[in-house]
Design a protein around this ligand. Structure first.
Ligand code: HEM
Length: 396
């Protein structure tokens, strides 16, 4: 169940469910927490439940893959999500300034133009009888384009960055065999050298991180570590979310009608999407001391898997139904909580609102040819495609 949590059945109100469960993967025990109150409790107590294991490979890497990473000088010092130390607040602040809500909001008109043009092209293709893939043709590279406006990024092809970031999500969070780990380590290691060279001279946020690293005596690779995380979690998650949300909306005609008539607010749609199809269904912590969770003893060093997606279900009045604005809709934990709460939340909400506003009319007249499929993964959905077409009677 650890690697396909989104497929797990859930009873209607969630009351009968165990709040804490234990599961194993390759000899390691994971304590899975699904209850909203308990997940919040863990997130709010970083002294007992540290974030240090956030980027640990869930499938231990064989020596051959580690050698490949070492040969590329790959290092991931504690910077953001995996940083439970005293250096975290200042690194987070520099990142948060780059992603400041005012800077994000200023991009809305530009992004609206980009999405509108893309959607117009897709609509024309649909009218011509073609099928379109809303992942590849719309959602995949948008968040990367947006991120590049906020943060100076290496001058690499979007396809290369996507290949690297998806390889990283697989290498660190998927159940894998050794040959696959070796291949992925090659892709991740190679791009890490690009990031390292770039981080040595880049300006903007990366330049500020470099200056702070020198002034505070932090490990030299600190700016690379932060950039690595932003590239994998910051843009990949949002394109996953856009794809999953558009797919969900394609099966919600009442919501699409409400958007068209103006009786449903797009921000409420985005929140309900974050609650029902979050791109990060689980996130980890590690117990810093012996403790307990709802009566279950938890040993120091135990891996805690916070089932964010499940925690967001039972808090809503209609747990499974897509009801924008319903009571509890905004109580989801898709962005985590506490000291490490997602600093890109505003950014991804703005992107999703623009994409839903511009794309919803397109979704009213289509048939789904291929729903997104997500490979086994602990923490990321990684949908592969979302293909639609327009039935011919609509074109006549
Ligand atoms: C729908 C899209 C996204 C979701 C669901 C999401 C979710 C999350 C989650 C669950 C965490 C861990 C929170 C915790 O440990 O309490 C996190 C952390 C983080 N996210 Fe996001 N994220 C998204 C988009 C973004 C974007 C667009 C960016 C930036 C471009 C971003 C940057 C970060 C950073 C830097 C952290 C680490 C914060 C820290 O440790 O202080 N995320 N995100």
């Amino acid at each position: 169940m650890l690697f396909r949590t989104w497929d797990q059945p859930f009873d209607n109100d969630g009351r009968a469910e165990a709040t804490v469960a234990v599961t194993d993967h390759v000899g390691v025990t994971h304590v899975v927490v699904s209850d909203h109150r308990l997940v919040r409790q863990v997130l709010a107590d970083p002294d007992t439940f540290r974030p240090d294991n956030a980027l640990d490979a869930i499938s231990p890497m064989p020596v051959s893959a580690l050698r490949v990473l070492t040969s590329y000088g790959f290092k991931l010092p504690a910077t953001l999500a995996n940083n439970g130390g005293v250096s975290h607040p200042a690194i987070r602040e520099i990142t948060a300034q780059a992603l400041h809500p005012a800077r994000v909001e200023a991009l809305r008109p530009w992004l609206t133009g980009v999405v509108r043009r893309r959607v117009a092209t897709l609509a024309a293709r649909l009218r011509a009888g073609e099928s379109v893939d809303l992942y590849a043709d719309l959602a995949a590279d948008l968040p990367l384009l947006v991120l590049a406006k906020l943060v100076e990024l290496p001058d690499a092809d979007a396809a290369v960055v996507k290949e690297f970031s998806r390889a990283a999500l697989e290498l660190f969070w998927a159940p894998l065999d050794a040959p696959r780990q070796l291949a992925l380590a090659e892709t991740v290691g190679r791009f890490h050298t690009v990031l390292r060279d770039f981080a040595a001279t880049a300006g903007g946020m990366v330049g500020e991180l470099r200056a702070h690293t020198a002034a505070a005596g932090l490990p030299r690779d600190t700016p690379v570590g932060a950039l690595f995380f932003l590239l994998v979690a910051g843009q990949e998650t949002t394109s996953q979310f856009l794809t999953l949300l558009l797919h969900r909306l394609s099966g919600e005609p009442a919501v699409l009608d409400g958007l068209a008539r103006g009786t449903v607010g797009v921000d409420d749609v985005v929140e309900e999407g974050l609650r029902l199809v979050p791109p990060i269904p689980t996130w980890r912590r590690v117990a810093a001391r012996d403790t307990e969770l709802d009566g279950l003893p938890v040993r120091r060093g135990a891996s805690i898997v916070l089932w964010l997606a499940r925690a967001g279900l039972a808090v809503a009045e209609h747990p499974h139904d897509f009801v924008p604005g319903q009571r509890g809709s905004r109580r989801h934990l898709a962005f985590g909580a506490g000291a490490h709460r997602c600093v890109g939340a505003q950014l991804s909400r703005m992107e999703a609102a623009v994409v839903v506003t511009e794309t919803a009319p397109l979704l009213r007249d289509i048939k789904v040819l291929r729903a997104p499929w997500c490979p086994d993964n602990l923490s990321f959905r990684m949908p592969d495609t979302f293909t639609i077409h327009r039935p011919t009677w609509r074109n006549s």
